[in-house]
Write a protein that binds this ligand. Sequence first.
Ligand SMILES: Nc1nc2c(ncn2[C@@H]2O[C@H](COP(=O)(O)OP(=O)(O)OP(=O)(O)O)[C@@H](O)[C@H]2O)c(=O)[nH]1
Ligand SMILES: [Mg+2]
Length: 396
Amino acid sequence: MPEGPQRSGRVALLGRPNVGKSTLLNAALGHPLAIVSPTPQTTRDAILGVTHHGSAELILLDTPGLHRPLTELGRAMNDAAREAARSADVVLFMVEVPQVQGDKPRLPRPHPGDVTLLADLAPETIVILVLNKIDRIHDKRLLLPLMSAFGQLREFTAIVPLSALKKDGVAHVLDEVARHLPEAPWQHGAEEMTDRPTRFFAAEYVREQILRATKAEVPHACAVHIDRFFEPAGGGVVHIDATIHVERPGQKAIIIGAGAEMLKRIGTQARGRIEELVGRQVNLKLWVRISPDWRKSSRELQQLGYRDATGGASATGGTLLFANLPDDIEAPQGDEVDLDAPEEDDGLESEQIEIDEDETDDDSALSPQGDEADADSDDESGDSDEADEPAAEENQ
Ligand SMILES: Nc1nc2c(ncn2[C@@H]2O[C@H](COP(=O)(O)OP(=O)(O)OP(=O)(O)O)[C@@H](O)[C@H]2O)c(=O)[nH]1
Ligand SMILES: [Mg+2]
């Protein structure tokens, strides 16, 4: 049994996109619960994960990377991060150390985006600074000037360099957090890892495979909705029907791929991840559908399950945590995608593919069906101007 009184509290993982927040959550849990990818803005909603460390229960909240929002989705993501920070007993503010090059490498100063975000955190908040990705740096002495530069920006309860990827330094940061949590009885059993239902992660694991298989604007234009999740009570195969929403016909063609190879691969990989989570065989059917404005429409965002899509915290007039982002916006990653794919689609039809247990090269698994999709699903903004639509929200 752990020594000392029980401690329990909420810990928000906060920072710019792509710094490694979800990787750290997974390392702390010892399980790849949250999806991780090199594409910024992978995480779209706060994800709670519980871990017990000594006498402390850490209720970790992985959050979407804070960025300058361009769509309703971006606003909802930032709101989710801000809400998590507000409810936290401890904030783990995470930054990544840059790759160093050359003979006499010197780490750059703190990123201007981090400077702004830190300035917006209330002075009384307990903030532990995490310098992630230190595996990129051979000479760890290089970290010292960077740590001291951050230390001049505000008071940190601790500064912990670590590598979430290599799980180097993770126990140290959990020690630091545990020390600052309030004394309180544990709220979760040892076997409880998250408050999200399995169907949430089923959708995430499909999206994860899309992130791995596609690039440029495609991952950002995709949302996954679970239409049916049937888990027979007495055991047996779990049946899941999911729709991948995309914004344009070209994206739909990319996701399906020639001979539906891409969609099959996405489905097979996602099914494996879901089976690991549920511990049962899964039958996954995927559909692809065009929903041109889903990122801009609060109603569609809500239908797709994004939490603060109605405005949430911002509607109640909370302080903006990131109101004045600097102008040095990183470009969205990746190249332009070739959108030469067939454009004759009317946006109302779906393609379905069933990912069978032992399907290998069986083309008969593809059963495209004209589906009478909800005809008014895309009528909200009418004249959407998609000509120069951003691939991703702008990263600060
Ligand atoms: N070299 C190195 N890469 C890392 C480390 N931690 C995370 N990464 C990589 O950084 C990328 C982003 O990681 P995520 O955990 O998805 O980052 P995030 O902060 O959750 O990103 P968003 O959800 O987009 O805000 C992935 O390719 C990770 O493998 C680390 O310690 N070292
Ligand atoms: Mg993430």
